[in-house]
Design a protein around this ligand. Structure first.
Ligand SMILES: Nc1ncnc2c1ncn2[C@@H]1O[C@H](COP(=O)(O)OP(=O)(O)OP(=O)(O)O)[C@@H](O)[C@H]1O
Ligand SMILES: [Mg+2]
Length: 261
């Protein structure tokens, strides 16, 4: 990273250094113009959740950031630490310490838990995230270390997808509906893991369907409205009137964002 890139860092509205900056992103599939002008920031050590109904383009945004095709980006900018990511291949983006937990987990049915974790990093590695450290936060995976992807439960698959993402020692994790298919107790565990990772300084951008607004996270506040002035709502208000609160703050009727701080 050059000092020029450093000097382009800005502070987000909450004071954290902006790491990921998406501006006026338009993206889609052939004639289908799905994402129309999405803007968002993720600061250093921040968790930002983008909420939207089925089919609104959440996965399209995540895939666009990760350089996965389809979709095709039509216009807009995606910057990581001041550097444009547009046009880079997914493995170049991963090399910049951006990891993805894809929707549906995308595990390999025939590979074991340990093999998934050591695909991108040697089992002997002793720096950053290691297999044993992943097993430390997900003891269930340790017990299943020799099981194959196709033999895991939904919850175990979710944990493995997060563990696999951690193995690249990411600075940013893009999580696409991490709570999908998980029992409420597992969702709560996942929220705790996400907040632990945040405390370690990781940035997390997650997308979820709007149902997550009913999850009473003690540390969440709503903050974001692209292109307009920001309004902040307290967690208490969020918990007591989640839907009306979100409606009041939504950047439009389908895209909503939450910042957990
Ligand atoms: N590969 C594709 N080719 C053509 N259209 C697609 C493709 N993938 C998604 N779409 C369309 O783009 C729109 C947005 O899809 P996307 O998967 O981004 O939505 P989403 O918000 O992630 O939905 P969900 O909550 O169901 O995961 C949908 O209308 C979908 O049908
Ligand atoms: Mg999706």
């Amino acid at each position: 990273m050059t000092s020029g890139a450093t000097s382009r860092y800005r502070k987000s509205i909450w004071g954290a250094r902006v790491m990921l900056e998406v501006r006026d992103l338009h993206s889609g599939y052939g004639e289908a113009h799905v994402v129309r002008g999405v803007s968002l920031d993720v600061g250093s050590g921040e968790v930002v959740a983008v909420l939207g109904r089925n089919g609104m383009g959440k996965t399209t945004v995540i895939r666009s950031i990760m350089g996965l095709t389809p979709p095709q980006i039509r216009s807009g900018s995606i910057k990581w630490r001041g550097e444009s990511l547009i046009g880079l291949r997914p493995h170049d983006i991963a090399a910049r310490k951006i990891a993805i937990v894809p929707q549906g987990r995308r595990l390999f049915p025939s590979l074991t838990v340990t093999e998934h974790l050591t695909m991108l990093k040697s089992a002997r590695a002793r720096t950053g995230w290691t297999v044993e450290r992943v097993f430390g936060i997900f003891p269930r995976l340790a017990a299943r270390r020799h099981h194959r992807g196709g033999q895991l439960s939904g919850g175990e698959r979710g944990m493995l997808a997060v563990g696999r993402a951690l193995m690249i020692d990411p600075q940013l994790i893009l999580m696409d509906e991490p709570s999908e298919g998980l029992a409420p107790v597992m969702v709560q565990h996942l929220e705790e893991i996400v907040l632990d990772l945040k405390r370690e300084g990781l940035s997390i951008l997650l997308v979820e369907q709007t149902s997550i607004v009913r999850s009473p996270s003690p540390t969440a506040s709503i903050s974001w409205r692209p292109g307009r002035s920001c309004i902040r709502a307290t967690p208490r208000r969020w918990r007591s009137r989640p839907i009306s609160c979100f409606n009041a703050l939504a950047c439009n009727k389908d895209w909503r964002a939450v910042r957990m701080s």
